[in-house]
Design a protein around this ligand. Structure first.
Ligand code: ADP
Length: 351
């Protein structure tokens, strides 16, 4: 089954409080879309609207070409995995996985084969007879994923599926999810997370949410390299956001003239310049700025330098820095024109 997901102006309110505001978003068939944003931005609400656990105040949800807005959850053909596994403690692994199949009235003689298939997909076939309490957190989450996949859903909804796991398990499971996606190329996946690494690693596209609204949507590379809003720039990766005055083919910042592509941003307006910290170099070069070192942090593979330039604090992530400058030293930093992105005012996160 190959089904995309479409939100058409979907709004959800609780007691007069809009927590999802007119969401328009399409997840293409076979695509992994991450919903990324801070806590409370409406991500889970959006996912629950697809699952059928919340009823939109307005708008429609489509799966494939079916309008499912008024369908009960079990008739939507979706698999869902949440943060807390939500396995039945009194059922063995195989019965947990069989549960959805029985609810879907799959023929009895087909169920054992489907259960094994799903458990094999998540590497859990040898644990079929165990109870959830006899499994680690990571194993329980694999069973929860197997249970979601057993019904062969066209759409898989994952709500912070890795956030209950410790860091090492998380990165292993991330690779597992990527593998599953390759094995199930027709399944559309909506993946709710507040973790940019998960979103950047797994998603074909990322929908950035803040304050009940969709702020931005694009491939991980687009959002990282060419963010359109300050919110995206700072939430997807780290960013220096410098207040600038736009000229023609250049901007002025802290009394310096910086050469950057100004695109279609008009001359004379105030705007924000985004420069990623790892693209800032130490020493003289194009777009040089001089300031004093406010802080030096050693982070293993890099040094993070904080440099105060005319009251603005710049971050630079530097590799291979044998002798880092000392606090209070005057240093010059620079960045290449093509590494800066001008964000026009008015499309900021609050815009
Ligand atoms: P996220 O998943 O981005 O953390 P949610 O979609 O869970 O955000 O929540 C969005 C907002 O809706 C939050 O302010 C949350 O408190 C509120 N909310 C979520 N569920 C309910 C509910 N059942 N009743 C009232 N408010 C809710």
């Amino acid at each position: 089954m190959a089904d995309g997901i479409r939100f058409e102006k979907v709004s959800v309110a609780y007691g007069g409080n809009t927590v999802l505001d007119s969401l328009d978003l399409t997840v293409e068939s076979g695509e992994v879309m991450a919903l990324l944003g801070p806590s409370g931005s409406g991500k889970t609400t959006a996912l629950r609207a697809v699952a059928g656990f919340v009823r939109p105040a307005s708008g429609r949800v489509l799966i494939g070409d079916r309008d499912v807005t008024d369908l009960p959850p079990h008739r939507r053909g979706i698999g869902m995995v949440v943060q807390q596994y939500a396995l039945f403690p009194h059922l063995r692994v195989e019965d947990n996985v069989a549960f959805g199949l029985k609810a879907q009235k799959v023929a009895k003689n087909e169920i054992p084969g489907r259960v094994t298939e799903a458990l094999e997909m998540t590497g859990m076939a040898s644990y079929a007879k165990r109870y959830p309490r006899e499994l680690s957190g990571g194993q329980q989450q694999r069973v929860a994923i197997a249970r979601a996949l057993a019904i062969r859903p066209g759409v898989l909804l994952l709500d912070e599926p890795l956030s209950a796991l410790d860091a090492q398990l998380r990165s292993g499971m991330l690779a597992e999810l990527a593998r599953l996606h390759r094995e199930l190329p027709d399944v559309s996946i909506l993946y709710v997370t507040h973790d940019q690494v998960e979103a950047l690693t797994l998603a074909d596209r990322i929908a950035v949410m803040d304050k009940a609204r969709l702020q931005d949507v694009g491939t991980p590379q687009e959002l990282y390299r060419r963010p359109r809003t300050e919110f995206t720039a700072s939430f997807v990766g780290n960013a220096n956001l410098l207040p600038v005055q736009v000229g023609s083919g250049s901007v002025s910042f802290a009394g310096a003239e910086l050469k950057v592509p100004t695109g279609d941003v008009s001359s004379g307006v105030s705007a924000t310049l985004c420069v990623r910290p790892h693209l800032v170099g130490l020493g003289d070069g194009p777009n040089a700025l001089t300031g004093s070192v406010a802080e030096v942090q050693w982070r293993g593979s890099t040094h993070r330098l904080y440099v105060d330039v005319d009251g603005h604090r710049l971050k630079a992530d530097l590799r291979e820095l044998r002798t880092p400058p000392a606090l209070g030293d005057e240093v010059t930093v620079h960045f290449a024109p093509e590494d800066a992105v001008l964000l026009s005012a008015g499309v900021s996160a609050d815009g």
